[in-house]
Design a protein around this ligand. Structure first.
Ligand code: ACM
Ligand code: ZN
Length: 774
């Protein structure tokens, strides 16, 4: 045996010396996040009722019990636990290791785990958990006999970042306690250590505060508009019933905090201020600026102008209230950090409010941004006086001063605003919305449930590298870590949250834990597949979007080029062009396909003869404009002549967009003179997102692209333009058989959305697709 371990260790040491592990061997052991060093051996270590965990103290015993319980529950035997004695799974303190680091040596007769703290021991046991048969996650006794073994391996592991976080938004969708607990357990398996709990917002206050019972009696409940997508929901009226919501009692919170702590997860509560506070202000309207005359209600959606109603910064009772809330929050959450929000505060009311203006004068504040600086600093000073540290969203950098020692969470765009704080020596965390907001689509949109904006695929999350080449060296030392944000605007049931979280949470974990030079997409997928099997055993339905195909159809010199892509390199794309369903023996897609006439392409991904993703149907329909260039060669405009219609999702990469009302003009070159009978253009309305048809469309034609003659046009009424709903309309115009080579479309957008719109004052956007010329 001694010889055996010696051989293993020599191999391991050699791998450390050469700085790389044996990738061929490593491939056979899959886990996520990928460990720093891993050296597989041969054989297995079998767990049984003969297994004895030998621990040094009661704290380690508690950690070991976490794993032992899984065996009792599922495998039907209970490994023994020996505090201060002998055993074959031995936990040994090694003060030379860093916090959270561990070493794990698995051999057939024994397992030796070393760490300097409980976190390290816990993570070693999570590694063992992932290596066990996934059935270990079952809630009940397994009815068949399984070999509860893990492969022989030596692992040295430690995290890249100390702060590895997930935000859960319980305000937009009240996530039941049981689901939060399950998510925490899944986080711990991935060695994530922080749950940023977004407990308050315009859409619901979710934590019981004894001193202010109305926060949950009133603030946790809102009107039911779940029949509409979040951004399209209208504000509540006074007296409307408020059946939708829920809240966590203080008892619930204590249970969640303890459950998380057992899994080395710290829950960082967020009480958002001064904005995102309509739920609190519904309960206590006196805390808004006295200039607010509108009815304040818990918002079911974005809120329009009501989202501009925020805590008054000139009223001392607001600070008194927030300090009292913080007292109870700090009593409930023993976390090192408290998040005090600070995002998206519009200063509409502060500019008009006599109390806010008086405060600015008295405190010598240059403008309303500095008034927010004052607000955040005052709360921060209070929280810090109780021995806690403060985190805030990156808008805190809008003020000329930041709360002392505050930690900035960079979210806007690619998180650049956080660097303004780093410049002043502040620590920061990166959660760029463009990559780390899990509310975005995780795969080709035609297959996904409706949500916001563009895509953040599994691969986008995986590829995220927070430390940029152009950073000053000191920025990297101030970067505490990374976070993914699970905003729940589009979640109506707990399964919706699981679907958006998994498996992208595994990609976050690898960004947070694994050094960049150790990241390997193909190996990650194997580890993630293994993790997903664990999720499945827990009853979690994770997304299979990673197996779906993203298409791109582009006009090129009168024909269409069809590109099909899947983010998984371990699948084949098979397709048909005869309308039949694709199978494992259909044509193999290797390079782009050329299409010259109406044709339906069906494709799907396959592995080991099995279909892995959903079937993509591309119903390409040819007309005189199809495949033809649009002058100017703008990529977006090419979408209008690619033979494919955009879906009801205006963000599906099939629609051509104009953000402004003017300068909507483009010219199609039919490449030769054609007889033109009818011109049709598709246009989408998405009321909630301010996507509307234009005021007018004009069609002009030309033979030489110099002299144009107008041949058709349409006008739309204001009422028709701002009709509510999500729908596509085709606008057809009679071209009366005119002959021409060039067709120019000019349109005028509708301008600002009216005052009674859900997005009042916002510029309406125009989306066209497809152009059909007969
Ligand atoms: C945020 O997304 N408003 C932080
Ligand atoms: Zn005010």
């Amino acid at each position: 045996m001694i010889k055996y371990i010696f051989i293993l260790l020599t191999g391991f040491l050699a791998s450390i010396v050469t700085g790389c592990d044996n990738t061929n061997l490593t491939r056979s052991i899959s886990m996520v996040p990928r460990p720093a060093q891993m050296m597989p051996g041969s054989g297995n270590h079998l767990f049984s009722d003969q297994t004895v965990f030998a621990v040094e103290n009661e704290e380690q015993a508690e950690i070991a019990r976490g794993l032992i319980t899984l065996f009792t529950r599922t495998a039907g035997f209970t490994p023994k636990l020996n505090v201060g004695g002998e055993g074959n799974v031995r936990l040994l303190t090694d003060p030379s290791l860093k916090s959270e680091a561990y070493s794990l040596e698995v051999s057939p007769p024994e397992i030796v785990i070393k760490a300097s703290d409980n976190k390290g021991f816990f993570y070693a046991l999570q590694t063992i958990r992932q290596l066990l048969p996934p059935s270990i996650e079952r809630e009940s006794l397994l009815d068949k006999k399984l070999e509860w073994s893990i492969p022989v391996v030596i692992i040295q592991d430690e995290p890249r970042f100390g702060y590895r976080a997930l935000l859960l938004d319980a305000s937009r969708f009240f996530i039941p306690k049981e689901n939060v607990l399950r998510i925490i357990d899944c986080m711990s398996m991935l060695k994530l250590n922080t749950l940023h709990f977004h407990l308050t917002d315009d859409n619901g206050w979710r934590v019981e505060i004894k001193k202010y019972p109305r926060l949950t009696e009133v603030g946790a409940w809102r009107v039911d508009h779940q029949d509409l997508p979040f951004p399209a929901r209208r504000n509540p009226k006074k007296g409307e019933p408020t059946p939708v919501g829920g809240f966590y009692t203080q008892e619930d919170i204590r249970e969640m905090v303890a459950y998380a702590a057992e899994r080395q997860v710290e829950i960082v509560p967020e009480i958002d201020m001064p904005a995102h506070s309509n739920a609190a202000l519904t309960a206590y309207p006196r805390l808004a600026c006295p200039t607010v005359k509108d009815y304040i209600g818990v918002l079911p959606g974005l809120g329009g102008r009501n989202s501009e109603i925020i805590y008054c910064a000139g009223n001392d009772s607001v600070f008194n209230f927030l300090q009292n809330v913080m007292d109870e929050i700090m009593e409930l959450f023993p976390s090192r950090y408290i998040h005090i929000g600070g995002d998206e505060a519009q200063k509409t009311h502060w500019k008009k409010c006599p109390l806010c203006q008086a405060r600015m004068k008295k405190e010598n504040l240059a403008n309303e941004e500095d008034l927010q600086g004052y607000f955040m600093k005052r709360i921060s000073d209070y929280v810090r006086s109780k021995g806690r540290e403060v985190i805030g969203w990156d808008e805190l950098t809008n003020s000329s001063f930041l709360p002392e020692e505050s930690i900035i969470l960079g979210w806007q765009g690619f998180g650049q605003a956080a660097l303004k704080a780093a410049e002043k020596g502040h620590r920061f965390i990166m959660t760029p919305a463009r990559i780390m907001y899990l509310i975005r689509y995780q795969g080709p949109q035609w297959f996904e449930p409706l949500t916001y904006f563009g895509n953040n695929t599994l691969k986008d999350v995986y590829d995220y590298e927070p430390v940029q080449k152009d950073w000053k060296p000191e920025y990297a030392s101030l970067l505490m870590g990374v976070q993914a944000c699970m905003w729940t605007e589009f979640c109506n049931k707990p399964e919706d949250v699981d679907y958006l979280l998994f498996p992208r949470l595994a990609a976050l974990a690898e960004v947070a834990w694994t050094q960049p030079d150790k990241k390997d997409w193909a190996l990650f997928l194997k580890g993630m597949d293994r993790y997903n099997e664990h999720l499945a055993e827990k009853g979690i339905v994770y997304a299979r979007s990673m197996y779906n195909i993203q298409h791109k159809v582009t006009p090129e010199n009168g024909v269409l080029q069809v590109k099909l892509e899947c983010i998984r390199p371990d699948v084949e794309i098979r397709y048909t062009v005869d309308g039949s369903e694709p199978t494992a023996s259909s044509s193999l897609y290797t390079d782009s396909l050329t299409v010259t006439a109406t044709q339906t392409i069906k494709s799907a991904t396959f592995a080991q003869g099995e279909q892995m993703g959903q079937t993509l149907v591309l119903p390409i329909v040819w007309n005189k404009a199809t495949g033809k260039p649009i002058l100017g060669n703008k990529p977006n405009e090419k979408l209008m002549t690619n033979g494919l219609r955009g879906s009801l999702k205006y963000t599906d990469f099939e629609w051509c967009c104009w953000e402004k009302s003017d300068h909507i003009s483009f010219t199609i070159d039919l490449l030769q003179k054609e007889k033109l009978n009818a011109f049709t253009i598709g246009c989408i309305t998405n009321y909630g997102m301010a996507v509307h048809k234009p005021k007018s469309i004009r069609i002009a034609v030309s033979d030489d692209n110099e002299t144009y003659r107008e041949v058709a046009g349409l006008n739309f009424t204001f009422r028709d333009i701002f009709r509510e709903g999500t729908f596509i309309e085709d606008f057809s115009m009679d071209m009366k058989g005119t002959e021409a080579r060039y067709v120019r479309v000019t349109a005028e957008g509708a301008g600002e959305c009216p005052a009674d719109h859900v997005r009042p004052g916002q510029e309406a956007r125009v989306y066209f697709d497809e152009i059909m010329i007969e």
